[in-house]
Design a protein around this ligand. Structure first.
Ligand code: 13P
Ligand code: SF4
Length: 318
């Protein structure tokens, strides 16, 4: 195992000198997660960005997450250690496409997953994350049409759980979409006693919801848990089970293993790796803090409108 102690020492010194905080998403490299003050899912990271007293936030995640932090905390300096860290899901819809979609459904309420650009959030009524999509959709008045974007698997999940009829944008995350029912079947065959935990962005979600793992009855899937990355951490901690199959980006396993040394975690798919998340290396985190690069700042006229959709979400999930 590589020794990162000198880099950690320097990061800690700079953090104190500059009153900075390091926030990391659960998919970050293990050594980056270990340097963070707070590692969490998208919702908890937004809440943290809202309440931190730090002057600088080094955001170890992808661009839309740093934008969200900047929208919530416009007076703080938000740094993303590598501007190339994008998101293939957020790239599936831009503000112009959303405006066009809204024109086709006048009066509809727009619920946007947090994996969207600030401009798309500015065109949205509500923001949501994987941990609160169901709550947010349920909060929309029954008589309103809903446009859900951009993840079709999360949208289908929210529609199934709430029983609402939702128009869903056909976007997907290439990493999660690649996790198929067959992958889970193979893993379950090898580890029959393991609990199955699935992120609702996964390509297998719809199939599992309606068919279960073995093509059985629609509701024969009670043993499968659909959870955000933060929900996975809580569930694994509280569960009596000793083995778990985790269907999401593999960075998740570091935190699960660290928190639960007496339990075993298997990735549903070994190569479910987000190349964007992995662009943030520890060396780049140090450079980011030292040189205060790369600042992510959302223009005020967009930030003000985008913030409304985030605030509505935070009010619902407070
Ligand atoms: P959560 O951490 O909110 O579950 O999000 C998963 C994700 O894919 C972020 O890009
Ligand atoms: Fe985007 Fe998928 Fe990477 Fe998450 S895992 S940041 S949704 S590309």
């Amino acid at each position: 195992m590589e020794d990162y102690s000198l880099i950690y020492d320097e990061i800690n010194r700079l953090k104190e000198e500059k009153n900075a905080v390091i926030l990391a998403h659960n998919y970050q490299l293990p050594e980056v997660q270990d340097a963070a003050d707070f590692t969490a899912d998208s919702l908890a990271l937004s809440q943290m960005a809202a309440k931190t007293e730090a002057d600088i936030i080094v955001f170890c995640g992808v661009h839309f997450m740093a934008e969200t932090a900047s929208i919530i905390s416009p007076r703080k300096k938000v740094l993303l250690p590598d501007l190339g860290a994008g998101c293939s899901l957020a790239d599936t819809i831009d503000a112009g496409q959303l405006r066009e979609w809204k024109r086709e459904h006048p009066g509809a309420v727009v619920v946007s997953y947090v994996n969207t650009t600030a401009e798309v959030k500015a065109e949205s009524d509500y923001c949501c994350t994987s941990s609160n999509a169901v709550k947010v959709v349920s909060a929309v008045p029954e008589d309103k049409e809903i446009l859900f974007l951009p993840d079709m698997f999360l949208g289908a999940y929210a529609a199934k759980v709430t029983g609402r009829k939702i128009h869903i944008w056909p976007g997907e995350c290439h990493v999660h979409a690649g996790i198929k029912t067959e992958d889970l079947k193979d893993m379950k065959h090898s580890h029959p006693g393991a609990e199955l935990i699935v992120h609702p962005e996964c390509g297998c979600t719809t199939n599992l919801l309606y068919q279960g793992l073995n093509g059985g009855k629609a509701n024969g899937n009670g043993h499968i848990k659909f959870l955000s990355t933060g929900g996975m951490i809580k569930f694994a901690r509280d569960s009596e089970a000793k083995e778990f199959i985790i269907a999401t980006e593999t960075g998740m396993l570091h935190r699960l293993r660290k928190d639960n040394p007496d339990k075993t975690f298997y990735p549903a798919k070994e190569n479910a790796v987000c190349k964007y998340m992995k662009m943030i290396t520890l060396e780049k985190v140090l450079r980011s803090l030292r040189e205060e690069i790369y600042e992510v700042k959302v223009p005020e006229h967009i930030a003000v409108r985008a913030k409304r959709s985030i605030d509505r979400m935070l009010e619902i999930t407070a």
